[in-house]
Design a protein around this ligand. Structure first.
Ligand code: GDP
Length: 337
């Protein structure tokens, strides 16, 4: 019988990529979203139709409108879907925005996790589902360690980071107290063609495209003095699958181990269209955060050695693909989903 997966937050970058991968592997995928509007359903189907037939999508995909903030609704969802695997990706994923909406961020990221874990714990099914939380490297935001691993000191620096750390601690508590197969994938930044301009990489890719097409004269950013371990979302999603199919439930850092500055990203992105970023980039305090995370680089040795994970994509190539995609989006020949 086909395996059943539940993906919360299916319409986000990782949800879409994961859904595609699971459908390709024969799964029946149930995806949740807070609002299953016609445009959202269309967005998910449009993305999947690039790789799968309408028939496959009809047979292997179900979209469900569900609020994970309601404990009873979460319980009903788990009982009705009876998944083999749960990928909890839903949440408020913007660090900067979490300073403006801390309560909503905590509810979306932490309360939802607790409701799902409780639903799994109370489930009377013979085979309790395996549970994966999309965690975040931001839990190490204030750390001064050069390479961050599963044993690094937690130092959250935003409501977002605190909410993700609390969610991760709940996963650990439920794993240890109730022997659930529950894990956190501690995700470092990861990008794709689906990255929206709310994140700096999407904003740069869009900005470069608009400047190259003569639609904008400049690109205004916030703090340029930062660096990240920017991986590829496709590699990240593969890590999630490996973590849930391991023999034991454990938390894993998912990172490339390579640090790039924001100016490296700018350099690579502007080079795609033959321009120099110094001529176009300005900064404004409008995009600064009350506290920022200057540097995040992960050490995924545990994931590599225990589960054989190997990121495939290369930084410059990924940046180039993002810029080329935004050139199409801005010309109106492609959409961001
Ligand atoms: P995050 O790592 O999850 O917070 O992902 P973001 O892409 O939102 O931000 C990455 C880094 O880029 C942060 O340190 C931001 O302060 C910095 N940054 C600089 N300018 C901007 C900007 O205009 N927008 C965003 N989103 N981030 C910016």
């Amino acid at each position: 019988m086909a395996k059943v997966a539940l993906i919360t937050g299916i319409s986000g970058q990782d949800g879409l990529i994961l859904a595609e991968r699971l459908i390709r592997n024969g799964y029946v995928v149930h995806g949740t979203s807070r609002h299953c509007s016609t445009s959202l359903v269309q967005k998910v189907r449009n993305f999947l139709i690039q790789q799968h037939s309408t028939e496959e999508i009809d047979q292997q995909l179900r979209l469900i409108e569900s609020s994970l903030l309601n404990a009873e609704a979460a319980k009903k969802l788990i009982d009705e879907v009876a998944p083999d695997e749960i990928y909890h990706l839903a949440g408020q994923s913007r660090v900067g925005r979490s300073f403006e909406i801390p309560v909503e961020t905590f509810e979306a990221n932490t309360q939802s996790t607790l409701n799902l874990l409780e639903a799994v714990r109370k489930s009377t099914s013979d085979h309790k589902p395996r549970f994966l939380l999309a965690g975040s490297a931001e839990i190490f935001g204030g750390s001064d360690e050069a390479l961050l691993s599963e044993t690094s000191r937690y130092a959250p620096r935003s409501p977002y980071a605190a909410s993700k750390l609390s969610a991760q601690m709940l996963v650990e508590t439920y794993r240890e107290s109730y022997k659930l197969f529950a894990c956190t994938a501690i995700l470092f930044n990861h990008e794709s063609l689906l990255r929206t301009p709310e994140f700096v990489t999407g904003k740069i890719a869009q900005g470069v495209a608009r400047i190259a097409l003569g639609l904008d004269q400049k690109l205004v950013l916030g703090n340029l003095n930062i660096g990240r371990d920017w991986g590829d979302a496709s590699d990240t999603v593969e890590a999630m699958r490996l973590i849930l199919s391991a023999s034991h439930p454990e938390d894993f850092v998912v990172a490339t181990g390579t640090w790039r500055s924001l100016t490296d990203f700018l350099d690579a992105a502007f080079r795609v269209v033959g321009l120099n970023w110094h001529d176009y980039v300005e900064t404004s305090s409008e995009f600064l955060r009350p506290v920022d995370t200057p540097r995040l680089v992960g050490d995924a040795s545990k994931l590599r050695s225990k589960l054989g994970w190997k990121p495939r994509s290369e930084f410059t190539e990924m940046v180039e693909q993002m810029v080329r995609h935004y050139l199409q989006v801005e010309r109106g020949t492609a959409s961001i989903e």
